[in-house]
Design a protein around this ligand. Structure first.
Ligand code: ADP
Length: 317
């Protein structure tokens, strides 16, 4: 087979490990692999080059994606996707592996509907693809967030401050919930817990009066303006308060072993499925087993809030 591979949407640590696995597993089976540069944008522009085993040497531990990524909102238009189909035909590519988040999956689904064999691999730090219990990049982003929160805790404690730390995750709470638990945050606010500002302010005031030296509040992005919240905490609770938005630092860095392993397994699995002529699916992991789900279904699956962790966070904070 002649297999194309691209990364699209937001980058995530471990995407390179997935590219490497696709290239090496496919070549080991006698296939050829073509790297598509800069996602769907590069695809319609014909930025396509064959990748050898050596081209993917020494990328396993590198963050980002060697293929680059770009956003192309116009890919939702059929006439734009026709340009992609033409490029794939021109390069005689039989199937395309698309590594990214739900936007990338939607692009892959639309191409599949146009007769292109596609497979989606979940690559996003947000862990927001419900068809896989883990996405490539989440473990590394969690590590990065925990490292930053630990550091902020040190300085918060010295200065008797409250630290509000905003982490990424889009609409998925995992990054906030997991990092909050791992770092012993006093409060974890996620899209699923919601923000009860009055209660938060009252609790912080009570803590302050009880002599607790610091408070850590971990909050998911898109919930409120954290700088404004910090002002309100400072005015009300008696704590000096600082807000830190971790932002894009969470997207970078060398992938953790967990992300590298997941990427390697999913990359190989995607190639295996192509050999079985199973396409139009998204690969994933569930109970440590590799699974595949029709992309259309994967996109409709809803994330279930983790009740056990919600209970835990309430008791342990
Ligand atoms: P992610 O894959 O991380 O969710 P985006 O949402 O930015 O990132 O999507 C990546 C790319 O996927 C977009 O730039 C676009 O090219 C393609 N895409 C997103 N939504 C659609 C859609 N509805 N139809 C076709 N292509 C889409």
């Amino acid at each position: 087979m002649r297999i194309g591979v691209l990364t699209s949407g937001g980058d995530a640590p471990g995407m390179n490990a997935a590219i490497r696995a696709v290239v090496r597993c496919a070549i080991a089976s006698g296939d050829q692999v073509f790297g598509v540069y800069d996602g769907y944008k590069g695809l319609i522009e014909g930025k396509i080059e064959e990748l050898s085993r050596k081209d993917v040497s020494e990328i396993l531990n590198k963050g980002g994606t060697i293929l680059g990524t770009a956003r192309l909102p116009e890919f939702k238009f059929e006439q734009v996707r026709m340009l992609a189909v033409k490029q794939l035909e021109k390069h005689d590519i039989d199937a395309l592996i698309c590594i990214g988040g739900d936007g990338t999956y939607t692009g892959a689904l639309r191409l599949h509907e146009m007769g292109i064999k596609t497979i989606g691999i979940p690559g996003t730090i947000d862990n927001d693809i419900a068809s896989s219990s883990r996405t490539i990049g989440f473990s590394t982003a969690l590590n990065t967030a925990c490292d930053a929160i630990d550091k902020l805790r040190d300085t918060s404690s010295s200065h008797q401050r409250c630290s509000i730390i905003e982490v990424m995750g889009r609409h998925c709470e995992d990054l906030a919930l997991f990092s909050g638990i791992c770092c012993g945050a006093e409060y974890v606010i996620t899209p699923d817990t919601g923000l009860d500002k009055e209660k938060l302010l009252a609790d912080l005031k009570k803590n302050r009066l009880a002599g607790r030296r610091h408070a850590i509040v971990v909050i998911s992005e898109n919930i409120c303006d954290v700088h404004q919240l910090a002002k309100e905490v400072e005015e009300y609770s008696g704590y000096e308060c600082r807000a830190t938005v971790l932002g894009y630092v969470q997207r970078g860095g060398s992938p953790t072993p967990e992300d590298r392993l997941l990427a390697a397994r999913l990359g190989k699995y995607a190639v295996d499925l192509l050999h079985e002529d199973i396409t139009g699916v998204a690969v994933g992991i569930h109970h440590n087993k590799l699974i595949n789900t029709p992309i259309e279904e994967a996109l409709q699956m809803k994330y279930e809030p983790n009740k056990e962790l919600h209970e835990l966070v309430k008791k342990i904070s």
